[in-house]
Design a protein around this ligand. Structure first.
Ligand SMILES: *Cc1c(COP(=O)(O)O)cnc(C)c1O
Length: 423
């Protein structure tokens, strides 16, 4: 195979029939270095964001030694790829078999929990082990997050003290608190609020935490979602940690997923048909574009075609995926040259987190090839590309029109307010 240097190079030399994940190691390395230099604690990579072996290996090479896993399969995957990695099993609900195998066969010592029942289960399944690190997951408000994770996990404030006390008594090793402010968290202060709540719960329980795990949620950059600088998140967390009632040796942990891998991967898709402003692609919500459908995220796009001719006039398009399910549609808007047509290729950016990992084989589609590139990501919070995604007009204007049109109740006042709150 020729050495491929860019999406366009691939389209010209070997126009692909199937979707291709264009993966770049450099953004992962750079993000990993950034977090290790700027986060004043231990960085656990949340494996579910992208479990590809090349990601795990690249992170390891960049110095990341700790991994947040959520299933026995993830435990096995990381162990087989990185035999000496430190694993933390941070799913608050685990099967007894998973706990036992993680503990006895894979050396996992760190487990999270959010109920007394799960604590009992962990102690039973490990034969009453005393060398556990028990991390109590606290509920958060989810404010400021684009994908809140508030309802499913986390012990509520009024039940937290008794669970913290029970966890403290159950181990001679580390007892800690964790939370998840919600993925793609746009407000650094969400971390401070969660840390202050954790501190209050610990004070009420009358116990000290050995670990304060601020979880994931660190953002990447997408059209309409340009977050504050990541250094602001670090400043807020450092200040909040100083204000917590913890002891001198209390460790600070974080579990970034998205922020470490989002920039790394784009997906090259082929236009199979154009119908007006709708493009039918060979990839969709059952493939690598889950969030384009289910969170209606308008990922950044670029057109590639074999000949030079290209118009400058951009127009908003929506996409359909290849399966027969009508859910398999993506509203965008995706801005592309107005003469885009069958046989053209669309590169969709920022799919390294929760993009390429989400694929299914539904309807016989979903197989994706992988090509390694070393060009710049479409956008970067780490200085590897533009800090915001190029968009023909301010994205918020587009989004605002859409929200107003869809959500404004009769009379319109409340609808306007909602738009403001969003922007
Ligand atoms: C998903 C998840 C993460 C990673 O979240 P990001 O928003 O991708 O940073 C971290 N910790 C836990 C417990 C998770 O479930």
């Amino acid at each position: 195979m020729d050495h491929i240097t860019s999406a366009l190079d691939l389209v010209r030399k070997q126009p692909p029939e199937r979707p291709v994940a264009l993966v770049r190691r450099r953004p992962v390395t750079t993000a990993a270095h950034w977090f290790q230099q700027n986060f004043k604690g231990d960085v656990f990579y949340a494996v579910k964001a992208n479990p590809s072996p090349w990601v795990l290996e690249t992170l390891w090479a960049a110095g990341v030694r700790s991994f947040d896993v959520a299933s026995l399969n993830e435990v096995e995957l990381v162990r087989s790829t990185l035999p000496t990695a430190r694993l933390a099993f941070m799913h608050p609900v685990k099967s007894r078999v998973s706990i036992a195998q993680a503990y006895f066969d894979f050396g996992v010592r760190t487990f999270s929990l959010d109920t007394h029942e799960e604590l009992r289960k962990i102690l039973d399944a490990t034969g009453g082990a005393r060398d556990l690190n028990l991390i109590v997951r606290l509920a958060t408000s989810g404010e400021g997050s684009n994908l809140p994770l508030t309802n499913k996990f986390g012990v509520q404030a009024h039940d937290a003290p008794s669970l913290l006390m029970a966890a403290r008594q159950a181990t001679q090793d580390l007892m800690g608190v964790s939370f998840h402010v919600g993925s793609q968290c746009m407000r650094p202060t969400a971390y401070a609020a969660a840390m202050a709540a954790a501190s209050r719960a610990l004070v009420r329980a009358g116990v000290f935490a050995d670990v304060v795990d601020v979880g994931g949620g660190f953002p990447s950059v997408y059209p309409g979602m340009v977050p504050p600088a990541l250094s602001e998140y670090m400043d807020v967390i450092n200040r909040a940690f100083d204000e917590m009632k913890v002891h001198e040796e209390t460790q600070l942990w974080a579990e970034p997923g998205r922020a470490l891998v989002a920039e790394s991967t784009s997906v090259l898709t082929k236009v199979e048909l154009r119908k007006g402003d709708a493009l039918y692609l060979n990839d969709g919500s059952y493939g690598n574009l889950f969030d384009a459908t289910h969170a209606k995220w308008p990922f950044p796009v670029r057109l590639h075609r074999q000949d030079e001719a290209e118009t400058d006039t951009l127009k908003p398009f929506r996409f359909y995926g290849p399966t027969c399910d009508s859910i398999d549609s993506m509203p965008g808007p995706f801005w592309l040259p107005d003469d885009v047509n069958e046989g053209d290729y669309v590169e969709i950016g920022m799919l390294g987190a929760y993009g390429v990992t989400m694929g299914t084989r539904f309807n016989g589609y979903g197989e994706t090839d992988t090509v390694f590139l070393d060009d710049a990501p479409m956008a970067s919070l780490f200085g590897l590309g533009p800090r915001s995604v190029n968009y023909p007009r301010p994205f918020d204007a587009v989004e605002e029109n859409k929200v107003v049109r869809l959500n404004r109740p009769k009379g319109g006042k409340r609808g306007k307010k909602r738009v403001k709150a969003k922007a």
